[in-house]
Write a protein that binds this ligand. Sequence first.
Ligand SMILES: O=P(O)(O)OP(=O)(O)OP(=O)(O)OC[C@H]1O[C@@H](n2cnc3c(O)ncnc32)[C@H](O)[C@@H]1O
Ligand SMILES: [Mg+2]
Length: 202
Amino acid sequence: MSARTLMPGPLVVASHNAGKVREITALLGPYGVEPVSAGDLGLPEPEETENTFAGNARLKALAAAQATGLPALADDSGLVVPALGGAPGIYSARWAGPEKDFTVAMQRVHDELQAKPDAVWRGYFVCALALGWPDGLCDTFEGRVDGLLVWPPRGTRGFGYDPMVQPDGHVITFGEMEPQAKHAISHRARAFAQLVAACLPR
Ligand SMILES: O=P(O)(O)OP(=O)(O)OP(=O)(O)OC[C@H]1O[C@@H](n2cnc3c(O)ncnc32)[C@H](O)[C@@H]1O
Ligand SMILES: [Mg+2]
């Protein structure tokens, strides 16, 4: 089944993460949609009760679409470290604690890898994007980018785990990269490219 087309007009960006809202707004730039963030609309932050990125993205998109009567785009993403059994994965935000402190979250990734002498210091970011509609229809798209996990973290750009992820083929971390360079290769940009192909009119 093909995805529903998104026409120019308002689109809720159903995220309470300022870093994501900034990146999604930049990616949407050329497409004639008018992004409004969940935070600006005062929408609640739904509990992420699903056990997959796509499931949580869908839950966030549909909650926002049903609350506003507008199409809504949600993002559920995270860092997957195979040597840690896939952690933090869908718990990536929760590892930062109630203070949303990613110094703490990155330190925990470091400490758990350090505790396994043979661990491979690699991981990948996953981004699931869900475009949900007030009538309950929802399409999801997923992107991934692999890299080396570095310590100490480097760079002050980006957000979240960016300073400890050095994408393959690059010598700088996402935390050191210009936003446009991140958009050229990121998990979010890759998921977004699929959404564009499926949902935006040509
Ligand atoms: O659910 P919303 O409101 O969108 O915001 P959130 O921060 O809780 O988002 P998630 O539940 O999807 O948690 C994903 C976490 O993974 C991290 N993450 C996701 N994409 C990232 C990226 O591009 N760079 C660095 N870290 C990222 C980031 O720290 C997020 O808080
Ligand atoms: Mg969240």
